[in-house]
Design a protein around this ligand. Structure first.
Ligand code: HEM
Length: 371
């Protein structure tokens, strides 16, 4: 590796920073106006789906849970875009954008950077809306389930937590500990949303291991190693050139030492995922277990290829964003594998299969066959 990532700090192609400080105007409206309009349109579109909120079915609840997985993973990727375009301080205040305004006017930063940072902030409303709608839908289910209510309540609470962490990130001038916590909390939220997605189809009760005990143990180990892998990745990022702003503080670590720690954990994840996949097929585990384990192997290999390539190419911005997307997908696969190795069982086992479609009356969210 001739070209070290540290060298990329100097080479990093800055977007049109300090070039264009005026608002970007599209069809007579500042770009931030379009961004607010787009977020508001998204929230209104979601409210139009109110029927599925008010009269939830197992299928509609699963769709909302899937939406939560998508928006929580998605905002982590758009957050990475803020970082690599050096737009982290495009809005220098929080919750206001500047000391005088909630929208990006006279930010003192390039209009491009302000637009990227402000766009990411407006997306938070969408993430919150999907979370709140899901909570309402879960509360409307008959019978109302305590376990699902708890999971669904954590999601909007997590978005509020993210808003606070986002503020701390700005107030600390993008300290890597704050940036890293912001990303890692997103991954915790993704884990909760996957739990909700899987458990909606099961009855309320205690989890029972439904696979070979070694396979279940491996799935638990993968959650631990996978999260350590994510943490190590954020340390590499906090040491490397993509801090979110040219002046952002950095960890005083050696990239050539910390990167192999991160990639070593990736190799460990790959080995564990491969063993899990072999065990899943050999022991005749259910389809979701087989699909999750094989997807995980594929995703870790893809992440490895992107990881080594971006390191060798001195961290080009597009590959870094792709690596973050891959991280979110890998983490979803780890969570899916973990939750598919157990199944909730009703204490009395008097479980009836419920219609997947709404028939005009409120139907309970409950177990469906062949999960
Ligand atoms: C499953 C495998 C992997 C996962 C889940 C993963 C995950 C991550 C995460 C979460 C980050 C931090 C992103 C951020 O803070 O925004 C990161 C950064 C990084 N990863 Fe990986 N990684 C994997 C494999 C690898 C491998 C094999 C390499 C090879 C060297 C690698 C190289 C890097 C580098 C250089 C960065 C810093 C990029 C930057 O400057 O932002 N990764 N990774």
């Amino acid at each position: 590796m001739s070209d070290s990532p540290a060298a990329a700090t100097a080479q990093s192609t800055l977007p049109p920073a300090a070039v264009d400080l005026d608002d970007i105007v599209v069809l007579g409206l500042p770009l931030w106006g379009w961004q607010i309009a787009l977020a508001a349109a998204g929230v209104i579109a979601l409210i139009f789906l109110a029927r599925t909120i008010w009269t939830p079915t197992t299928r509609s609840l699963r769709a909302w849970a899937l939406g939560n997985i998508a928006v929580n993973a998605g905002i982590a990727v758009t957050g990475a875009t803020v970082r690599v375009t050096e737009s982290g301080l495009g809005c220098s205040e929080w919750p206001r954008c500047t000391p005088d305004s909630f929208v990006p006017v006279n930010t003192g930063h390039a209009a491009f950077n302000a637009a990227v940072e402000f766009g990411n902030r407006t997306l938070t409303f969408l993430v919150m809306a999907v979370g709140v709608i899901t909570l309402i839908a879960v509360l409307r289910s008959i019978p109302r389930r305590r376990d699902l209510t708890l999971l669904a309540a954590i999601i909007p609470a997590g978005v509020l937590g993210q808003a606070v962490l986002g503020g701390i990130t700005v107030w600390t001038d993008l300290h890597p500990a704050a940036v890293s916590s912001h990303f890692l909390l997103s991954m915790v939220m993704v884990f909760i949303t996957v739990a909700l997605y899987v458990r909606i189809r099961e009855p309320e009760g205690k989890p029972r291991v439904t696979v070979n005990p070694l396979l279940h143990a491996l799935s638990v180990g993968l959650v631990v190693v996978g999260f350590l892998l994510l943490i190590a990745g954020t340390v590499v990022t906090g040491t490397g050139p993509h801090g979110g702003d040219a002046m952002a503080p950095r960890w005083d670590l050696n990239l050539e030492i910390i990167t192999p720690v991160h990639s070593g954990l990736a190799w460990l994840t790959l080995v564990a995922a491969a063993v899990a996949a072999v065990l899943a097929f050999r022991t005749g585990a259910a389809r979701p277990v087989r699909v999750a384990s094989v997807s995980l192997v594929g995703l870790v290999i893809m992440q490895g290829v992107i990881g080594y390539t971006q390191y060798a190419l001195a961290l080009p911005e597009s590959l870094v964003v792709l690596h973050v997307l891959g991280s979110a997908l890998t983490w979803i696969a780890i969570a899916r594998l973990y939750f598919s190795t157990t199944r909730l069982e009703a204490p009395d086992e008097a479980v009836t299969d419920l219609p997947a479609e709404h028939d005009g009356a409120r139907t309970p969210a409950g177990p469906a066959p062949g999960q």
